[in-house]
Write a protein that binds this ligand. Structure first.
Ligand code: F3S
Length: 757
């Protein structure tokens, strides 16, 4: 048994009281989102009402899930906390590093060789600290979580943006950065701005070619890629009850494409079926007992416009299949309008590849519906006119659909089965193409379709649809084909139509698997060694950052005065650097290389105050010179510094290269917190015009640290090269606990100290 029943029992046991307390304090009926959130407050029962979209709140999630790319730095950091075990059930899933090239078996073999050091590290660190380890080939994080760990009313964070997939089983599941995972695994509070709640009422029942995917493709068209920002989307209504649990998961998964914090459905009979079918009948029985807490209050459903921040209604009776794209998932086309759109925009009508599966759409139901279309290619004598690939979401699904003959059906139409991994969904796809400059079209049942996402080629027009629509298009090889109305010529010259897809929600013979790919951790990991090759250029054990020495910071050099936008991408670029995300020293060579130097308008070219002659060099190189000389440095920035992602590398790299303070006009909040966690000073100009006083040759002091306290400004003194000086106040938002992080050298240092006591 992979899941933790005792933890679930404990969550359910406390729910009733916590929700009742919240309802009293808030003074009105509660949405499902609010119930789950108030039941997961870090400090226990609610003592105040939080304002949706405004209040920052500390939560205590029940679980953590990590994929292999983001898990590396998260676990290297966790090792710093000095804990024997993770504080909450956690898992690692090896899915992102497998490249799709030839087919499942060979691709997996190659990945096992190429990524051996990473896998060995992840397996050993998981074993040591009580973390469940899902081997390469076991499946994609979100599908495996849905099959094994998601439970109604639970709260989970995952280091991947499609973590909300678990909302299909009624869980508040939120995609985060590695630093957040570290907090929760180390037993610290996890902070989130209390989200707004968008209600989507589903009426009617789908039929024919329409599937759950079309609900979210339609919602994406309505809300656009930004419409869900800062909100949790709650689906309800009789239409919701008619959707399979895995269909619900598909909808929640793609909530990431509208920027939503997460999405979820209330507990219902379909979820119960899925829990029973995936050998979790005990959870279903427990959930039945607290079912009233696993849905919104009746008054909310009766009068949704009064309780949701925004309300959308979709009639499933009339919902058409959709195709979204190209280049953005919110360009939503009902199938009846798609052919005309292809012609009007002159998108390449010839379809080159159809790809089904991924974390979004590889349930048993999805595969059976797609296979029912694929079978018609053979039965009706149709030629298949595009390449076709299948990416199963997990070994459980793959084994089951193979047993049931469905993979053979795809093989008969010329389909290639890829490894149970992300593959083409994350650009891990060595696509065979004769000319990468040629404009071309592909269609997938995945979630994202931004330029270059799947095959790295900006000329690829990627469209997103349900697996059955993708399969029909692959047969036709033509994007102007409408499978609902058009005929295809078969090998005998006859005009034939494809029949509507037929799906089976759950396998009649039950799910089966020989080796699901799960490795349980050692009961006592104290004797387990973590495997990191000292010669590795991809992995490096961390050393704790130096604690504060009790004195003001003086004699520091200005490293860069960044001008304009400086996102986490400018601070720690992605792309080829991702290879080094487990090696702090190596990845630090990308530190701030995208930031624009205010003194010369150039990126990655700053003055080295210690070198005469050719004083300008790359930012990381200059930082390393200061560090080697034992001199601290300061980064100065503009507005909203550190916006973008929660990437912890953007805070760790400056800390590693000797930056002691980041002084800006304003911060993106998550980055500000990340800097604090790494033991740095995150400061803002009390008077924004003081930004202009910073000169390229400045030597900088920060004073007032001996009386560092919440709400009290610190002082910056600038010693200019001409002998003059300036000083001004700088603000901070440190609370007592965060000041303790600074003094200890980092939040993890502090936890380690506390654990050692
Ligand atoms: Fe992300 Fe992998 Fe799904 S890349 S979108 S988790 S298939």
């Amino acid at each position: 048994m992979a899941f933790d029943l005792d933890m679930i029992k404990a969550v359910y046991a406390g729910m009733g009281d916590k929700i009742a307390a919240a309802r009293t304090i808030v003074g009105r009926p509660l949405t499902m989102t609010e119930k789950i959130l108030y039941a997961h407050l870090y400090d226990g029962k609610a003592t105040q009402a939080f304002e949706r979209g405004n209040s920052y709140v500390d939560f205590a999630p029940d679980r953590v899930a990590m994929q292999d790319a983001t898990a590396q730095m998260a676990l290297l950091q966790f090792m710093q906390a000095g804990k024997a075990k993770v504080a909450v059930p956690s898992t690692v899933h090896c899915d992102h590093l497998i490249q799709a090239k030839i087919g499942a078996e060979q691709d997996l073999q190659i990945a096992n060789t190429e990524n051996k050091e990473v896998y060995d590290f992840l397996a050993s660190v998981s074993n040591k600290y009580g973390i469940g380890f899902w081997k390469p080939g076991a499946g994609i994080i979100h599908q495996v979580v849905l099959e094994n760990y998601a439970f109604p009313g639970g709260m989970m964070i995952g280091t991947d943006s499609h973590t909300p997939n678990a909302g299909g089983l009624g869980m508040v599941a939120i995609g985060v950065g590695g630093a957040d995972a570290v907090d929760v695994m180390a037993g610290m509070a996890w902070e989130l701005k209390f989200p707004k709640v968008i209600g989507v009422k589903l009426t009617g029942k789908m039929s024919g070619w329409t599937s759950a995917k079309d609900v979210i493709l339609k919602v994406a068209g309505i809300l656009t890629v930004k419409g869900g920002t800062g909100a949790i989307v709650e689906y309800f209504g009789e239409g919701a009850n008619n959707l399979s649990c895995t269909g619900k998961a598909t909808i929640c998964n793609m909530g990431a494409e509208i920027g939503a914090t997460t999405s979820l459905f209330a507990y219902d009979a379909k979820m119960k079926d899925y829990l029973n079918g995936t050998e979790r009948a005990e959870i279903a029985a427990l959930a039945d007992q607290v079912a009233e807490h696993l849905r919104a209050d009746d008054e909310v459903y009766a009068n949704p416009a009064s309780f949701y921040d925004q309300l959308i209604e979709i009639d499933l009776n009339t919902l058409e299949p959709h195709v979204n794209g190209p280049f953005t998932p919110d360009a939503a086309w009902p199938i009846s309008e798609f052919a005309a759109a292809v012609r009007a925009h002159e998108w390449p009508a010839k379809l080159e590849v159809g790809l089904i599966g991924s974390c979004t759409n590889s349930s048993y139901e999805d595969i059976t519906r797609a296979a029912s279309i694929a079978k018609q290619a053979t039965d009706k004598g149709l030629t298949v006119n595009a390449e076709f690939t299948v990416t199963p979401g997990s070994e459980l699904v793959r084994y089951t659909v193979e047993r049931d003959g469905l993979l053979d059906t795809f093989a008969e139409m010329g389909g290639v089965v890829l490894a149970n991994a992300c593959g083409p969904c994350i650009g891990q796809w060595a696509r065979h193409t004769d000319d990468p400059k040629r404009k071309n079209s592909i269609i997938t049942s995945f979630n994202r379709n931004f330029a270059k996402r799947n095959d790295g080629n900006p000329n690829t027009h990627a469209f997103v649809a349900s697996p059955e629509i993708v399969t029909a298009f692959a047969i036709a090889g033509d994007l102007t084909f409408n499978p609902l109305t058009d005929t295809l010529k078969n090998k005998n010259g006859e005009d034939v139509m494809l029949d509507e897809p037929q799906g089976v929600e759950m396998p009649v013979k039950g799910f089966a698997v020989e080796d699901a790919g799960f490795v349980a951790p050692a009961a006592d990991g104290s004797q387990v060694s973590v495997i990191v090759d000292p010669a590795s250029d991809r992995l490096q054990l961390l050393e704790g950052f130096t604690p504060w020495n009790g004195q003001d910071l003086t004699g520091m050099r200005l490293l860069i005065k960044a001008q304009g936008k400086c996102t986490t991408d400018h601070i720690s670029m992605a792309g080829p650097w991702l290879k080094y995300r487990g090696h702090l020293d190596n990845i630090s060579n990308n530190m701030l290389i995208g930031a624009i130097n205010a003194f010369n308008g150039e990126a990655n070219k700053v003055k080295n105050q210690l070198v005469s002659g050719t004083p300008h060099a790359e930012v990381p190189q200059v930082a390393r010179t200061y560090k080697a000389a034992g001199i601290g440095s300061v980064v100065v920035g503009d507005e909203n510094y550190g916006e973008g992602s929660s990437r912890e590398h953007a805070a760790m790299e400056p800390r590693f290269l000797g930056v002691r303070a980041v002084l800006v006009k304003s911060f993106a909040r998550i980055h500000e917190t990340n800097l604090k966690k790494q033991g740095m000073l995150a400061l803002t100009f009390a008077n924004k015009e003081d930004y202009e006083k910073i000169q390229e040759d400045d030597i900088i002091d920060i004073v007032g640290l001996t009386t560092f306290q919440p709400g009290k400004p610190l002082k910056v003194v600038l010693h200019h090269a001409d002998g003059s000086s300036d000083s001004f106040d700088v603000n901070h938002t440190y609370n007592e606990g965060q000041i303790a992080w600074f003094k200890a050298g980092s939040a993890l240092n502090l936890i380690r100290l506390q654990n050692a006591k």
